[in-house]
Design a protein around this ligand. Sequence first.
Ligand code: COA
Length: 260
Amino acid sequence: MTYENILVNTENNLATITINRPSKLNALNKATIKELRDAFEEADFDKRIKVIILTGSGEKAFVAGADISEFADFSEEEGGKLAAQGQALLFDFVANLSTPVIAAINGFALGGGLELAMSAHFRIASDNAKMGLPEVSLGVIPGYGGTQRLPQLIGKGRAMEMVMTAGMIDAHKALEYGLVNHVTTPEELISFAEGIATKILKNSSVAIAGAIRAINANYEDGVDGFQKEIEEFGNCFGTADFKEGTTAFLEKRKADFPGE
Ligand code: COA
């Protein structure tokens, strides 16, 4: 598939999706959101792809937010729809993907940009990154899951302060808060992400998908995460990956998972 606003590179079981509107600091307009959905869907469907890295092009921004020029004159109804459609199309879709998604935050991750990074399964950042949810400075609130995922990741009080002040935190503060798992230099960001991806690739993609579903169940209303874990644990026993993983261990060799 060809895209106008994103770049997709697939190599060695790894897909790197780069948001590519650097002149607008990679702001998420409608077309970019749709292209991202298509690219994530395509990568998840491709059984060769075992990890997805998401980043932004240029040195300045991961994503500087939703494209403000597209919604400045929206009505209440249109605003509600914008959030509902965006969450369903991209943000919830990414969070619930079976393929692990690592956000490599290479600069500003603001508003929808931070919300997109928070939809990824975990995040790493370069030391020039700046993160925030500045929506209340525009008279609106985060609408792509930010009011839910930020407190889940950093705690209620810190999330309240970040949202109320509309302020930005730097990469080291984000590390201290647990918003990102690692901080690197800008030059090392992608190779560091690829290093983590290489470790993930060695493991059973089928078991990883089950683990993602079980962990996510902890954050779903009305779902018993422990029960979900039991179900997913049981399901593993019927997979070829489990047979290979346990057989390889007993034969004292490295597992070569079929991914089934
Ligand atoms: N939506 C639309 N366009 C955006 C954008 C956004 N969220 N963020 C940046 N841009 C555009 C700017 O309008 C500018 O376009 P132009 O050159 O055609 O005028 C271009 O990207 C470069 O941005 P600029 O503001 O000139 O860069 P800067 O280095 O001075 O400031 C930021 C960087 C990130 C501080 C500033 O762009 C900003 O505050 N952006 C909005 C952040 C935000 O509120 N996001 C939440 C949206 S809900």
